[in-house]
Design a protein around this ligand. Structure first.
Ligand code: GAP
Length: 447
């Protein structure tokens, strides 16, 4: 993990937040390459969830959330972790992260009994700060999908089964954030809430688990690094009938990358008004505040039903960490030399191609390199960089290390015969092609 963290900082993927003031625990910023990688991962998810399907709509909702939403979702009551204090060194820990009942910091066994600690961040809304006008920073993106359920049905005329996808920030006041971007206090989720007829939920659940594993493999995560866990009944969230966790072999251990939950009719049943008018299977809190009926009409029987929900919920930051870990390699050669390689799938690479002029001070070569950069950039497949550092060997090594799939060199021959050299990151093989072929070559090798 240390090598990866160091590469992330050195090359501009990920920095600690507010490091110049000593940092804020559990918060990270994505640098010039990190933001590209993260956006590419999110775009890939959005494309597979929304564009490539005909049964999913998108949403981008508020982060600040009405307290009633999180009351009826069960978060006010149950979104807690067990907290213990060390009475000797005054440190605080999650009870389930403590081994042998000893403080991980000072080794003392003088610990308090565990008590529930709510993980939600609360904030004041408006100019009066008397404690009564508050909202929560959403702890999951899912709830705003449920509260928009009727809006989306009304504006799209969707019928079951259909889904609503959302990507965005979520906040949890984790007791012990750790393992780099694995467990943080501000993170991003990619969540789909897929609404289905009661009785069809188990089949849909299985389908979604399969789909999600396939998607992670397409992002470069190897089958061998994935484990599937059927979450034991006692560990299920209050809304879940069954949850399958997709676990990844992170550098610090095997942990959850994504959860696929069968949330039953709990969420829509919790947030609807007139709950008694419906047959709700799950145990919901009696709702005194909702002003809207959240059900969907079966067009054949005219009956109003509260749908079941299948939820694949993935963490973007955990995805970035898994993908970086999977792609990071040190290759050793027969002559004793070695290179660091980030073998990212091309669609995830922060820079798609680097255009390198052989001579940084030769105006003609640099102008030609800039023309090629613009031509490839106009294809809109991601960032194309003019790398005018003047040292080809160093440029190749830098681009291997940050995962750029191809480096294109412009030299004196280019000025004569309009050809360029393309070097492949993984094989290090070079081919000479004409500038006219470059757009096709670029497209073919990136998609
Ligand atoms: N809507 C369901 C839900 O939020 P979850 O298992 O609590 O379920 C879903 O979270 C995903 O969000 C996890 O699989 C993980 O990838 C990510 N996640 C959760 N807490 C996180 C944290 N503190 N830091 C980074 N990612 C986190």
């Amino acid at each position: 993990m240390d090598e990866l963290v160091s590469l992330c900082k050195r090359r501009g993927f990920i920095y600690q937040t507010n490091e110049i003031y000593g940092g804020l625990q559990g918060l990270y910023d994505y640098g010039p390459l990190g933001v590209e990688l993260k956006n590419n991962l999110k775009n890939s998810w959005w494309s597979s969830m929304v564009y490539e399907r005909d049964d999913v709509e998108g949403l981008d909702s508020s982060i600040l959330t009405h307290p009633h939403v999180l009351k009826y979702s069960g978060h006010e009551e149950t979104f807690t972790d067990p907290l213990v204090d060390c009475k000797d060194c005054k440190s605080r820990w999650r009870a389930d992260h403590i081994k042998d009942n000893l403080c991980p910091s000072c080794g003392s066994d003088n610990l308090t009994e565990p008590r529930p600690f709510n993980l939600m961040f609360k904030t004041n809304v408006g100019p009066v700060d008397d404690g009564s006008n508050y909202a929560y920073l959403r702890p999951e993106t899912a709830q705003q999908i449920f509260t928009n359920f009727k809006n989306i049905i009304d504006s799209t005329s969707r019928v079951l089964p259909f889904g609503i996808a959302q990507m965005g920030k979520a906040f949890r006041n984790e007791i012990t954030p750790r393992n780099f971007i694995f467990r943080v206090r501000e993170f991003e989720q990619m969540e789909l809430e897929f609404f289905v007829e009661p009785g069809t939920d188990e089949v849909w659940h299985e389908k979604w688990v399969e789909k999600r594993i396939e998607w992670w493999e397409n992002q470069g995560i190897s089958k061998e690094s994935i484990q599937i866990i059927d979450v034991p009944k006692k560990d299920l969230s209050h809304y879940s009938k069954k949850t399958i966790d997709i676990m990844y072999k992170f550098p610090h251990g095997v942990e959850e990358l994504e959860g696929v939950a069968n949330r039953t009719d709990f969420d829509i049943g919790s947030h609807t008004r007139h709950q008694k008018d419906f047959q709700i299977e799950s145990k919901v809190i009696e709702n005194e505040h909702s002003v809207t009926k959240l059900a969907i009409q079966n067009k054949k029987t005219n009956e109003w039903v509260i749908p079941f929900v299948i939820e694949p919920s993935a963490g973007v930051d955990r995805g970035v960490l898994a993908i970086l870990n999977e792609a990071y390699k040190i290759e050793k050669f027969d002559d004793g030399k070695e290179r660091t390689l980030l073998a990212l799938k091309p669609h995830l690479s922060p820079i798609k191609a680097a255009i390198i002029p052989l001579k940084r001070n030769n105006d003609e070569i640099v102008a030609k390199a800039l023309d090629i950069k613009r031509m490839l950039q106009n294809l809109k497949l991601g960032r194309v960089l003019l790398d005018n550092s003047g040292n080809i060997g160093k440029s190749y090594r830098r681009h291997d290390e940050i995962g750029t799939p191809m480096c294109i060199t412009v030299d004196f021959q280019t000025l004569d015969d309009d050809t360029i050299t393309v070097r492949d990151r993984d094989t290090m093989k070079q081919v000479r092609i004409s500038c006219g072929e470059a757009p096709n070559y670029f497209q073919k090798n990136l998609l």
